[in-house]
Design a protein around this ligand. Structure first.
Ligand code: 13P
Ligand code: SF4
Length: 355
């Protein structure tokens, strides 16, 4: 495997810490919560809007998405659901690349987010002005990017993939003899490369949340819970992935809790996922994989601070302010970028439909 050490100059960990400082945990008292829920339900109806949420958002938001006929899903399913739903406004609770992907697939719809400040360290680690010349310097490679990227980066790619389909797409391209330029997640890239043996040039980005899982501590925890299955999202470091019984997207990990015979699971991904896991198998025991212990910095503690910026409060306000002259919560992408990005996102969706 070839790798490249190109890393952007932004201090991504500092940016995540800043998000953690401003992400006010949304735990309103019951009466206030009920009032916010009522405002959101009214807003969704008034705006012909549907709520599309990621598994890492606050459980109140996940509950409300399902309660109101929206969805809670992984990043691929969020995009597909938004495209296929008859609502004319999509309200995407997640991080910015998820709102952008919704807009890429549904340009005729208005796409709103509770905050446009919810970033993703993978997206930040791969700025288009560095990535595009990097691709230009490697014209012999098929450019495959993770969905956790900006619209501009997607527009430069041949393929966009999510963690649920990345390995299958790269295996398919490898079988056709194509060499891959992969970005931005170095750990997911390395996992795919090991699984497929494809020739991959890998951008060196990482998820600040999953990067915090510690292999040494996980190993110790496993020895205390030898009957537990280890579930790992592939954005985690290689030595954590190496200990997994199941490596997969958020949906795949929830399904594993439902389908595996184990009664206990150690879970290495954002702990927002526990809400759906508990629903999927209420009788099973779920344990967070360790982020503390030796060599820990605990910037994340297994929760994405950008995801935590979504709250019932800013969701209600977004719906109430969305018709003001300039809404600060609407996703806009220029049409030429969107059309190019659409081609690479849609290639993935067609591939999924045909496999
Ligand atoms: P999924 O596509 O598995 O939902 O992952 C998105 C993500 O950002 C995980 O950190
Ligand atoms: Fe991005 Fe990591 Fe947050 Fe997922 S958990 S949105 S990859 S920073």
């Amino acid at each position: 495997m070839t790798t490249d050490t190109l890393t952007p100059e932004i201090d991504i960990a500092a940016s995540h810490r800043l998000a953690a400082a401003v992400a006010v945990p949304d735990s309103p008292v019951a009466a206030e919560r009920d009032a916010l829920v009522a405002r959101i339900k009214a807003g969704l109806k008034r705006e012909n809007a549907v709520l599309v949420a990621h598994y890492y958002t606050h459980e109140d938001i996940q509950w409300l998405a399902e309660e109101t006929g929206g969805t809670v899903a992984d990043s691929l399913e969020m995009a597909r659901f938004g495209r296929d739903n008859p609502a004319t406004t999509l309200i995407v609770a997640g991080v910015r690349f998820m709102g952008e992907t919704a807009k890429i697939l549904s340009p005729e719809k208005r796409v709103l987010m509770p905050t446009l400040l919810a970033e993703c360290s993978l997206d930040l680690s791969c700025p288009a002005d560095q990535f595009i010349p990097f691709c230009d310097a490697h014209p012999d490679r098929t450019v495959v990017v993770y969905a956790n990227t900006s619209a501009e980066v997607k527009a430069r790619a041949d393929w966009v993939v999510t963690s649920s389909i990345a390995t299958k797409v790269v295996a398919h391209l490898h079988a056709k003899g194509e060499k891959i330029l992969w970005a931005p997640d170095k750990f997911l890239g390395s996992y795919i490369q090991t699984t497929t043996q494809a020739d991959m040039l890998i951008w060196q980005g990482a998820c600040v949340v999953h990067d915090e899982f510690k292999a040494i501590e996980l190993d110790k925890l496993r020895s205390k819970h030898q009957d537990a299955a280890i579930l790992v999202h592939p954005e985690s470091p290689e030595d954590v992935v190496a200990q997994a019984d199941v490596v997969g997207s958020t949906t795949a990990l929830i399904n594993a809790v439902k389908e595996l015979p184990h009664e206990k699971f150690i879970v290495a991904t954002d702990n927002g996922i526990f809400y759906k896991m508990k629903h999927a198998a209420p009788e099973k025991k779920l344990i967070e994989a360790p982020t503390g212990g030796i060599s820990a910095t605990c910037n994340s503690c297994a929760h994405c601070a950008w995801m935590a910026m979504n709250s019932l409060r800013n969701l209600a306000e977004t719906l109430e302010n969305c018709n003001k002259q300039k809404s600060h919560n609407e996703i806009h992408i220029d049409e030429s970028t969107r059309a190019k990005a659409y081609a690479s996102v849609n290639r993935m969706i067609e591939f999924v439909n045909n496999t």
